[in-house]
Design a protein around this ligand. Structure first.
Ligand code: FAD
Ligand code: SF4
Length: 468
């Protein structure tokens, strides 16, 4: 018998609620929706943890945060050491506390979930990170190795890899195509889910560790991989993500008013197009349609809603098949986004070069497809038009082929995903490693971070071996 299970009869079944902005108010602003715990709330929630001897939650975390350890410290009110316990293995806790799909990872396997709600591990992680955000924690003493490593891409994979290498004493430079580091954390996930000031502070932590950033630098254009080795970098990590948007290939996709979710979100988040005084504004329209059912579709829909559009979300499968996090679907519904489920777009209708509407067909669920999910089948004669001036496509992304197309011996599969060794993340080129969305296709922040961590360890071994 699991001895941990018997203890929790006395435990509060429900987790401590986290305050949120009212849906009607937040639908008109870009401020953070979830407001975070107070110390009192955090301690109350932390006290629900029964300190399992075999904590399943730790195994459920892709970077193995010592969850019971940080929670025990929080119960004692020792927030600083709770934070240090988390940052032992997770360099971006304020980010992960907000955007990790905990309900599929640590919280899914938490023993309390058997008879009630799991410990709100993500909310506690967020509390510790936020509470320590402005506190001065003396930097660790690092013995420098005088060995240079390059990281391509400043998303969660690249940032984690760089941070871990810097902690081991390597001289690390990140080459980033955009003018700001952060990857999707900065250009994709909206301010109301992840305030950019927090991402910037977590990146400042890496700068304090000695990580250097070369921004506006495109690997495969500004420097090839070969150039990087010639510049003295002894190993290279590719963390270039999966930022190439897919389209449906239906008529009307080249009309004005059609965006990929990536473009729309980049304009809103990175270029701050939502601000009244933005120097790169975006057209506001009365109506908008977002196509897709994942987190990206939810983010795009909730952004354009805040830009004043009456917004509909069109998804070809059923509600229960949506890949987006339940919390995001719930928030989008509360904000009055109209959900058009089992509906597939077949044509974007235009007038004078601009979008005027989108023609769709209703679907029904048929036999299971290769993914095991019931396949949506069109219902003949059910076509209808949704009037709209904006269409945003959020139906998936693939890795950008720029690096692979300019690096002849870098092996990629038929979807453009860079091939890596499962254990070490080494690519087909000696000394070159890859992780995150570039090596898996679109996935999650924490998986990208886990990959960056693992690659850093193997890059270190490779470089130290070479310098013996
Ligand atoms: P990215 O974050 O994509 O970073 C790659 C970086 O590399 C970028 O900064 C890019 O500019 C740079 N780059 C690309 N090519 C080059 C080049 N040639 N030279 C130099 N730099 C280059 N995951 C979650 O866990 N929770 C969520 O709630 C969530 N929401 C999401 C919402 C949106 C809108 C999107 C798009 C994704 C979301 N994800 C979420 C997925 C998650 O953000 C990604 O899985 C994760 O960011 C992948 O990290 P990465 O470091 O591999 O790539
Ligand atoms: Fe056990 Fe859940 Fe606490 Fe982890 S968070 S130690 S699984 S009660």
């Amino acid at each position: 018998m699991n001895t941990d299970v018997g203890v929790f009869i006395m435990i509060e079944k429900q987790r401590t609620k986290m305050p949120e902005q009212d849906p009607k108010v937040r639908a008109t602003n870009f401020d953070e929706v979830a407001l975070g715990y107070t110390l009192e709330m955090a301690k109350k929630e932390a006290e629900r943890c029964i300190q399992c001897k075999n904590p399943r939650c730790v195994k459920g975390c892709p970077v193995n945060v010592n969850i019971p350890d940080f929670i025990a410290k929080l119960v004692e009110g020792d927030v600083e050491n709770a934070y240090l316990s988390i940052t032992d293995t997770n360099s971006l806790p304020a980010v992960c506390g907000r955007v990790c799909p905990q309900e599929e990872q640590c919280e899914k396997v938490c023993v309390l979930a058997i008879k009630g709600e799991s410990v709100a591990i993500g909310r506690l992680e967020r509390f510790c990170a936020d509470a320590m955000m402005d506190k001065d924690i003396p930097p660790e003493k690092i013995e420098k190795k005088n060995i240079k490593a390059a990281v391509i891409g400043a998303g969660p994979a690249g940032l984690t890899c760089a941070g871990d290498l810097a902690k081991m004493g390597f001289d690390v430079t990140i080459f980033e195509a955009f003018h700001k580091p952060g990857g999707v954390l900065m250009y994709g996930i909206p301010e109301f889910r992840l305030p950019k000031s927090l991402v910037e502070k977590e990146i400042d932590g890496l700068k304090e560790l000695g990580v250097k950033f070369e921004l506006n630098t495109v690997a495969g254009r500004t420097y090839s991989l070969k150039d990087m080795f010639e510049l003295g970098y002894e190993s290279v990590f590719i963390g270039s993500g999966a930022g190439l948007p897919r389209f449906m290939k239906i008529p009307g996709e080249s009309l004005n008013g059609v965006y990929s979710a990536n473009e729309y979100l980049t304009r809103i988040n990175l270029m701050k197009a939502y601000k009244e005084d933005s120097t790169t504004p975006i057209r506001r329209t009365e109506n908008a349609v977002v196509i897709g059912g994942g987190n990206v579709a939810m983010d795009a829909a909730r952004c354009i809603l805040r830009m004043g559009s009456k917004t509909a979300l069109v998804y070809r499968r059923a509600m229960e098949q949506m890949p987006a996090r339940n919390e995001e679907i719930h928030h989008a519904m509360e904000e009055d986004i109209q959900f058009e489920m089992l509906t597939n777009p077949i044509e974007i209708i235009g007038e004078d070069g601009w979008v005027k509407g989108i023609k769709c067909i209703r679907m029904e669920l048929g036999e299971a497809d290769a993914s095991g999910r019931a396949r949506p089948v069109p219902i003949e004669g059910s076509e209808f038009v949704i009037p709209t001036e904006t269409v945003i496509m959020a139906i998936g992304t693939s890795p950008n082929p720029l690096i692979s197309s300019t690096t002849s011996d870098l092996e990629v599969n038929k979807w453009g995903i860079i091939c890596t060794d499962e254990e070490t993340q080494a690519t087909s080129i000696p000394g070159v490693y890859c992780g995150g969305d570039a090596a898996t296709g679109a996935a999650t922040v924490i998986k990208a971070m886990g990959a960056g961590k693992n690659a850093a360890m193997h890059m270190a071994e490779y470089m130290l071996d070479k310098n013996k």
